[in-house]
Structure formats: C-alpha cells, structure tokens
Design a protein around this ligand. Structure first.
Ligand code: ADP
Length: 637
C-alpha cells in the first residue's frame, strides 16, 4: 500500500502541529468532538426525510474512550461518516475553513508564534499536537464498505477499504511518548478527559459518553458472625454522560428564572455576592445570538482601566470558542461577565479576526445598549444600588468618556453621577433640570473629598445664590468634564477660576479700578511671596475667608496633582498658573494694608507670606515647611 502525500500547504501546517510547542494542546479534544457533533448533525438532519437511517434523535452519541495499554484516546460518533473520496479531500488537504484561516494567518505574520493556535478552529489536524499517529475508521451512511485512513504525520497518509458494521467515524489518537515538557499520558486519565469535556464541550448538543469506574458494594454470599450478609466493594464501570448538553442560556426564558441565572453565575464565577445587574438577550434578526450577562456585585478585576481580562465567554452553538473575550464590548464595560452564544460565530475565529468581524460588531453594539439600558433602569428603580455600582465601576465609565478623544461620551454621559453634598449624588441631566433660571453654568469644585471641595472659600458665593456644586473627588473627574464639554448646552465652570459669571460689566470695571488703586500693595505682596504665585489681586468672590488661591488657563490645581503622579518628569513638572486673591473686606486685609501704609515693611511681608500659605491650605495643599510657617505666625504677636 503506497503512501499518499499531503498537499504542500497541509504539510507545513502538519509540521507545525507535530512540532508544536504550544502549551494549550488540550484543545485537540474539543476539535475532534466538534467534528463528531457536526457529523451527527448531518445524519440527524438526513433522518428527518430518510427513514432508512433508522436512528432516533435519542440514539445519537459521541463516545470518548482511553486505552492505557495501547496509549490511545478514541472519539467515536454515529454520524454521517466519510467515503473514501471524502477522507482524501477532507483529511488530506487543509479544509477551507478553520485550518485554512490559521494557515493564512501564519503565512502573513511569518511568525512562528504558536500561541495563536488555540484561537483557531484548527480542526482535525490538532490531533497531531498530541499524537504521533492518527487512525480514522469510518463508514459513510449509504455505503457498503468502510475506510481506514492513517497517518503518522507529515510524510503522508494511507487509505484502505475495510469492512465496518457501523455507520459513523472513530478517530483513534496514538499519544506521543511523554517528554520532559509534556506528559501526554495525562490525556489517558478519566478525570482529565472529563474535565476537558466539561471545559470545552459541555454544551455540545449530543451526549458525550465515557465509561467511568465506580466502586460499589455487593453481598459476597457469606454471612457475618451476627448472621447479616457480608459485603465487599468492587469496581464497576458504568457509562456516564459527561456534558450537560443544554446550556442554561439556550433554554426558553419562561423555563429559567432570573434566580436560576444568578445561581448559575455564582457557581460558575465562585462569587458569593449577587450580581447587581443581569441582562438576558435572545436576539433574532441580522445576527442571532443568546446572551446572559452579569455585572458582578463587586469589582474583581484590575482597578486599572483596560487591564481587566474580558469577562465574556463566546460560544458557537454551545461549543466554547473563546474565554475572556475582550473584543465584544468596549473597555468601559470590561467588568461585565457572562456568555454570548451565536451560531453565526464560527469556531475558527481568532482574536485578531474578531476585531474586524461585522457580526460581532453588531452583536457588541446591541449588547452595550442593553447593558446601558439595564443600568439606567437600576438607576431609576434602586438608586442606592446604582450608587454602589458606581462606587465599584464608575471609574470605568469615566475613563470610557475620556477614551479615544471622547468618542463614547454621549453614549456614557447619562450613566455618570456626581456628589453635590456628602449624601447626595446627581446625574448631569438632573443637575441641569434643577438649575434655577438665573444660573447659567454648571459649577464644580475639585478636591480629595466632598467635604473639602465644598469648604473651598470660592464655594461660598455660589452656594449663597442657591446653586448646587458638583464635587469632583477623583483625579480623572476634571478630564471627564473637559471631554463632555457641556451638558444640554450648559458649560462647566470651576469655582476656583477667576470669573464665576456673577459680575456685571460695571462691577468688573469697579473691581479693576480697585486693583489699580491698590497696585503698590499688591505688587509688594507678589514680590514677598515670590514665584509661588504668578499674580496677586483683590477678590470679588470671597465672603468669610481672607484669601484664596485660583488658577488661570485650562489647567487647575487638581489636574496638576494628577499630573504629579505621572510617569515622566515633564508631566510631573506641569504647574497650574496660580493667582492669590485677597478679600478686601476682611480684617486681615485691613491689617496688611495698615502695616504697609505705616511703612512696617517686615510686618507686612510676614502677613503676605501667611496669607499666601493660608490660601494654599484652603486649596487643599500641604504646608511644605511647617516650621517656617509657625515662625511667620508667631512673629505677629
Ligand atoms: P473543519 O471541521 O473546520 O471543516 P477539520 O479539519 O476539522 O475542518 O475537518 C475537515 C473535514 O473533515 C470536516 O469538514 C468534515 O467534512 C470531515 N470530518 C472530520 N471529522 C469528521 C467526522 N467525525 N465525521 C465525518 N466527517 C468528518
């Protein structure tokens, strides 16, 4: 019997498989079982119109068997089988689907990076990752004779006609000898095969059956001293269906309650907390898919945006094709866990291809809309629970707003909430709706806590007019507002910036004149304080406090703090333009002016320094040199 050669391209792929250093070799079982399942689908379909098939739905099965002595793993199905010709065309060349796409990717990247293997449906060839010889015994439905196909790898294969009673296919994989890197023999262990079936093929529609050893007690026939029958234990093998076949998300919605889904989630993800949102989708149309998605009650992944592994597992008709898929939804929803199952997804899809997959894009968009809808519902119906959600995941939403130059800001803005007091949070929409008519802009104050933000001296005047202030307490908040630009046409205004929009033109002019009148004193203060501030002026917005620090230009003190933690020295050196504002109505100013006018320069300089430090303190900064500060204050007595 002469050996036939594989087509050149198949040969290269086979070489890769045989010499594969890829660690995820276990996927071979999934691939071979998927083929078996497809073959059964075909015969089952035929049986609907052809009564000669002689099999009922319940008769179809896939058997997985390990033979330790022969060192083989066998997957057997009673599906459609293959003719001699089909063995040659299907197993002798790379099928147009899975293996072909894999090879195309390998050729284009030129990389010998085998880590991508597992992401493809590499199909039948994957058997060679674990076997040094593969034997296929098969008989096609409707044919008299069977076929034996055999190959030990890249040097070719043989096909022979054989007698075979049953219709269907048996793939016998002769495992490679164990090496230092890989214990191929582990695939002969029942527990291991069982675990792999559970992991990858749990929802294959046909029963995957294994013979499993059990120990059972039996009566030996003898009697104990007390006359009771003597029992002993023996090992028996029993057939067991390993896979659960119908996944919970495939069952009709009416059959499965939300509680069932939540129980499934908790078991699957080892989470003791109930998820805070559940989304169940059964979509039919341009793209059909079923999805069952959860927002975990607590953050489990990384706190850093874009670093959490995707929590969504992709299935195609119950066959797992990708764990931790991070391409389906954007990073702002990376905390969502669950499953998406679509017959429109093929097994042979890679992470790279997924990104460009049109079907997947449509699916992802629909899924995001549904997740957002569910979160909005939660916000409306159970505000405390939504606030808890936002405490856990708000930073993802905020980063999402800033991501890609604000591309997703309008999709996400309604999910944002901000504190307006220590026990109250508002969406931007709610804020704008509650604005009195006289209020033209949205005020915000930044600090490390709500309490600190609201105690900024600049807040006093805003609040005295009955306007709310959004408290920004995380470093990214100001960038979020910058990315959003406005809410319903109302722009954002930082309370520490110069113009709060309250003054009329006349008032502004009068204030300007007052600054000019006091120019000599203000120049003196600036000179005393030095480079710590770039300007000193009289304030129009202070009520009870003697002074405050404001900024000019786009950069604020909070942003400066954020940059100070940045990765590069350039970033860390970014400084806001500081302006020291003095309250001309305050007795501190009167005292300063008195000392200056009296020619008590040292005393006036000292007061100026103290006021500058007080302004920093109020802005939330720390005193860099407490001893110097104490000295300056003590001087006054
Ligand atoms: P794919 O399944 O992606 O098409 P494979 O390399 O896994 O690629 O298989 C190639 C072809 O071989 C299949 O499309 C199918 O026609 C045939 N085949 C493989 N396994 C079986 C089987 N158990 N029964 C019948 N046909 C099979």
């Amino acid at each position: 019997m002469s050996k036939k050669q594989f087509k050149a391209e198949s040969k290269r792929l086979l070489d890769l498989m045989i010499n594969s250093i890829y660690t995820n070799k276990e996927i071979f079982l999934r691939e071979i079982i998927s083929n078996a399942s497809d073959a059964i689908d075909k015969l089952c379909y035929l049986s609907l119109t052809d009564e000669n098939v002689g099999l009922n739905r319940a008769d179809f099965r896939i058997d997985v068997r390990a033979d330790k002595d022969a060192r083989t793993v066998t997957v057997k199905d009673n599906g459609i089988g293959m003719s001699m010709q089909e063995c040659e065309t299907n197993l002798g060349v790379i099928a147009k689907s899975g293996s072909g796409a894999f090879k195309a990717e390998m050729d284009s990247s030129k990389a010998e990076d085998l880590s991508i293997i597992g992401q493809f449906g590499v199909g039948f060839y994957s058997a060679f990752m674990v076997s040094d010889k593969v034997t296929v015994l098969t008989r096609k439905y409707g044919e008299e004779k069977g076929v034996k196909w055999e190959s030990s790898g890249a040097d070719g294969y043989t096909v022979t006609e054989i007698d075979r009673d049953e219709v269907g296919t048996e793939v016998i994989m002769h495992l490679k000898p164990d090496s230092e890197e890989e214990i191929y023999g582990s695939f002969l262990e029942t527990w291991k095969l069982r675990a792999l079936i559970k992991k990858y093929s749990d929802y294959v529609r046909w029963p995957i059956i294994m013979e499993v050893e059990h120990s059972e007690s039996y009566e030996t026939g003898e009697k104990n001293d007390d006359g009771t029958p003597k029992t002993a234990y023996r090992t028996v093998t029993r057939e067991e269906t390993i896979n659960s076949m119908i996944p919970i998300w495939q069952r009709a919605k009416s059959e499965v309650t939300d509680e069932d889904c939540i129980a499934w989630y908790k078991e699957k993800h080892h989470d003791i907390k109930d998820p805070c949102a559940l989304v169940r989708i059964n979509a039919e149309g341009t793209v059909s898919y079923k999805a069952m998605l959860f927002v975990p009650g607590e953050e489990h992944g990384s706190q850093f945006y874009g670093e959490t592994k995707g929590g969504i597992t992709l299935y195609s008709n119950g066959v797992m094709i990708m764990e931790e898929c991070d391409k389906l939804v954007h990073d702002y929803f990376e905390f969502v866990k669950g499953v998406v199952d679509s017959p429109d997804l093929s097994l042979n899809i890679s992470r790279e291809l997924l990104q460009h997959d049109r079907q997947l894009k449509i699916m992802g968009q629909n899924i995001e809309k549904r997740i957002k809808g569910e979160l909005e519902k939660l916000m409306k119906e159970d505000r405390p629970k939504y606030e808890e959600f936002f405490r856990n995941y708000g930073v993802h939403i905020k980063c999402g707003v800033c991501d890609e130059y604000g591309r997703y800001k309008d999709f996400l803005r309604d999910l944002l909430i901000f504190y307006t007091s220590e026990d109250h949070q508002m969406t931007l929409k709610e804020y704008v709706e509650a604005m009195p008519e006289s209020q033209k802009v949205i005020y915000y104050a930044s600090s490390d806590s709500v309490k600190h933000a609201l105690s900024l001296p600049q807040c006093e005047e805003v609040r005295s007019r009955g306007y709310e202030i959004l408290c920004l307490t995380t470093p990214i908040d100001e960038m979020v507002l910058q990315a959003l630009h406005d809410q319903d046409g109302k722009s954002f205004c930082n309370v520490v910036t110069d113009d709060l929009g309250f003054d009329t033109e006349e008032e502004k002019k009068a204030a300007e004149e007052r600054n000019i009148e006091n120019k000599e004193l203000l120049d003196f203060v600036k000179e005393s304080v030095g480079d710590a501030v770039s300007k000193v002026r009289l304030s129009r917005k202070l009520a009870s406090q003697p002074c405050c620090l404001t900024t000019e230009g786009g950069l604020t003190l909070e942003m400066e703090k954020y940059f100070r933690r940045g990765p590069s020295p350039e970033m860390r050196n970014i400084r806001a333009t500081r302006v020291l504002e003095l309250n001309p109505e305050h007795k501190a100013f009167t005292a300063l002016k008195g000392a200056f006018d009296n020619g008590e320069k040292d005393k006036a300089r000292n007061m100026a320094l103290i006021l500058a430090r007080l302004a920093e303190l109020l802005a939330g900064a720390e005193i860099e040199d407490p001893a110097a500060f104490v000295g300056e204050v003590a001087e006054l007595f």
